[in-house]
Design a protein around this ligand. Structure first.
Ligand code: ADP
Ligand code: MG
Length: 363
């Protein structure tokens, strides 16, 4: 296993890039620890696959270096990098048996028969493939084929890291959940460095210890699921994580109040000080989970009009309009009274965040 360092990496698919938008990856300068389980999360087109392919060696970056344990591997081809990669769609030898598909990466590297058998059986057991080992891969469903692809990624214990590129895309939802748990278990048993690419926040947040959030070719935040939820460093992370995402209100800071049009929302001293210093466009952010909503007037409550109520079973998502045009969502726990037309909002001071030109204000 290795520590992976991306030293000032940038990549453009255009031969003569000039402006920032010509780059699929703008600037990435990061180190990822040995043995960690990381998820790379971001919307389609933000550069996730490009990043993985640079790590595995399928792509050479336009700028910068890739280091494994401090050793420069930028010019090494994939087969010299000791990396296993699992792609979005199964890559298998259809005419071979499941056993031989799993054994292939090991045979290729000259492992002896006993070691191969031991390892193949171990991986087959983890993935519930033991009963299918003698079947031809061609006969299997798309799900089962992708499980074999996962198995081929996991079968080598000598790899520096295993890279997964949205590997559960073709898997049905129930099995998805099982496989995600399996991967987590495999990581705990084998302590492999895992990089797992996905556009699905649920997948990222359940799988990883650290989530790397990408947006428009850059890493905008690396953190635990809790850090991303409570302190999104960029508005994009606020939107993208959580469902629904964080609420944002354009505001002006006046003493201990954030003024949204002519509505004042109380903020604590520390937040007020941050806001007073900040330049640019200021917005107040609050998660729907923390925004309190009441059907009757409450002390220090801010009035709003109810636009819609969505029942989600364990809770309701209430959409309200504050002032003339500001739309906010609040999550109301089951059993609490739901407002009909008019509602009163409370913004707990400890859950209010301020953003300046999309960036979280911090000390
Ligand atoms: P993701 O995996 O996050 O969906 P990609 O890394 O595949 O994103 O793509 C990042 C950007 O680079 C996108 O704008 C995409 O259109 C572009 N891109 C990806 N592969 C190529 C390629 N082979 N040639 C040209 N542009 C590409
Ligand atoms: Mg991709």
């Amino acid at each position: 296993m290795a520590e992976i360092t991306l030293d000032n990496i940038a990549h453009s698919y255009i031969s003569n890039p000039k402006k920032e938008t010509d780059y699929a990856l703008r600037l990435i300068d990061n180190s990822w620890k040995n043995g960690g389980a990381y998820a790379i999360l971001g919307p389609s087109g933000c550069g996730k696959t490009t990043l993985l392919n640079i790590i595995s060696g399928l792509l050479t970056p336009s700028k910068g270096r890739v280091l494994f344990d401090g050793k420069d591997v930028t010019d090494l081809p994939p087969e010299k990098r000791n990396i296993a990669q699992v792609f979005q769609f199964p890559v298998l030898y259809d005419t071979m048996s499941v056993y031989n598909n799993l054994a292939f990466p090991l045979k290729n590297r000259g492992f002896n028969k006993t070691d191969i058998e031991k390892r193949v059986l171990e991986v087959a057991k983890i993935l519930d493939l033991t009963d299918s080992l003698q079947k031809k891969a061609a006969r299997l469903t798309a799900d089962a084929k992708q499980k074999i692809s996962l198995g081929r990624g996991l079968v080598r214990s000598d790899v520096a890291a295993i890279l997964f590129d949205e590997p559960l895309t073709v898997i049905d939802p129930h099995l998805k959940w099982q496989l995600r748990c399996k991967l987590k278990q495999v990581h705990e048993q084998l302590k492999l460095t895992l990089l797992y690419v996905t556009h699905d926040q649920v997948e990222a947040l359940t799988f990883a210890e650290q989530v790397i959030v990408m947006y428009e070719g850059a890493i905008v935040q690396i953190g635990t699921p809790q850090e991303l939820f409570e302190n999104p460093s960029h508005k994009f992370v606020g939107y993208f994580i959580g469902s629904p995402g964080m609420n944002f209100l354009p505001c002006k800071i006046e003493g201990n109040r954030a003024m949204v049009d002519d509505v004042g929302i109380g903020i604590d001293d520390q937040t007020a000080a941050l806001g007073a210093k900040a330049k640019g466009k200021i917005e107040l952010g609050i998660r729907p989970l923390y925004l309190e909503i009441h059907p009757d007037q409450v002390k220090a409550g801010v009035p709003a009009m109810v636009k819609s109520v969505e029942d989600q079973g364990n809770y309701k998502i209430i959409t309200v309009i504050l002032g003339e045009k500001h739309i906010l969502r609040a999550r109301l726990p089951e059993g609490k009274p739901s407002p009909l037309k008019k509602a009163w909002l409370k913004f707990p001071e400890n859950w209010i965040r301020l953003f300046s030109d999309d960036i979280l204000l911090t000390n």
